[in-house]
Every structure is written in C-alpha cells, then in structure tokens.
Design a protein around this ligand. Structure first.
Ligand code: ADP
Ligand code: MG
Length: 134
C-alpha cells in the first residue's frame, strides 16, 4: 500500500544546536505529504523510520543529540491534545528551525489561526542557514 505521496519538500537548513549546547548543529527540513494513514498511524510509521535510522529513545537525553527526529507539525485542521500525539505540534510557533523550512513550502498555510509566514516574522532566524546543492 502506498503510505504517502510527497507533495513538497523544503531545502535542508543547518540550525544551531539548542538544549544541550555541547552538540553538533542540526539539519532541519519539512515535507508535505498526502497519506491515507490517520495521525496516530502516521506517527507510528515515523517512529519506525526513526528506529531504522538507529534512534533508540531509551539511550538519549531529552533535547540531546539524536540520529533522526521526525515530528508531525500539522495534519489538515486536526486538533489532538494527548501526550503521545499533540496536533498541531505544541512548540511549532517557538521554533524558527521549524518555521523557516515550513515557510519555504507553505508560507500561507494557517495553523491554529496563524499563517506560517507571520509566525516566523516574530522570531529570530540567527544562525539558520539554507544548504545549497553546490
Ligand atoms: P521531541 O519533542 O524533541 O520531538 P521526541 O521525538 O523524543 O522529542 O518525542 C517525544 C514524544 O512526543 C514522542 O514519544 C511522541 O509520542 C510525542 N509527540 C507528541 N506530539 C507529537 C507530534 N506532533 N509529533 C511527534 N511526536 C509527538
Ligand atoms: Mg520527535
């Protein structure tokens, strides 16, 4: 079964580490997909992909280095308030490293009544650099 079709993919962005500062920079990107999976089933698939890339949550510090972190930012206009799945993502509007790639593919998208581009306008993007192909 096709589990997702890729509709858009942002550039990759190098972003400064945060949380535990003694770690390498992150690379962040956003994709937009079309999927028949419901949000919980989609999160389950994302966590399986993280595990395939060597992620073992039992061995890592919160906010520390990780091999791959796949988060669900928004799913249509679905609102879910559970610890295992909160939608839209609860820290979306605090995080320029989410909003910069998201604004590249979806600046006019409204999430929780705010457009991505206007939410980004209120944040510092210091240190976030777009990686180019060359
Ligand atoms: P981070 O907050 O840095 O992404 P984790 O990837 O370890 O940290 O995620 C911690 C938990 O957050 C996961 O076990 C997951 O069930 C939960 N979670 C809640 N909402 C979401 C979401 N929108 N996307 C991804 N994970 C989520
Ligand atoms: Mg995560």
């Amino acid at each position: 079964m096709t589990q997702a079709a890729l509709l858009a993919r942002s550039s990759d962005y190098v972003t400064p580490p945060w949380g535990d500062l003694e770690q390498a920079p992150f690379i962040n990107a956003c994709v937009e997909i079309d999927t028949p999976l419901d949000p919980h089933a989609l999160l389950f698939v994302l966590q399986k992909i993280e595990a395939k890339f060597g992620r073992d949550r039992a061995k890592e510090l919160r906010w520390g280095p990780r091999t791959l972190d796949l988060d669900l930012i928004a799913y249509d206009d679905v609102s879910i308030q559970k610890p295992e799945l909160t939608l839209p993502h609860p820290r979306l509007f605090e995080r320029a490293f989410v909003l910069v790639p998201l604004a590249e593919i979806s600046p006019d998208r409204a999430i929780g009544g705010r457009s991505v581009a206007s939410a980004l306008a209120g944040l510092s993007t210091d240190g976030i650099e777009r990686l180019t192909d060359d």
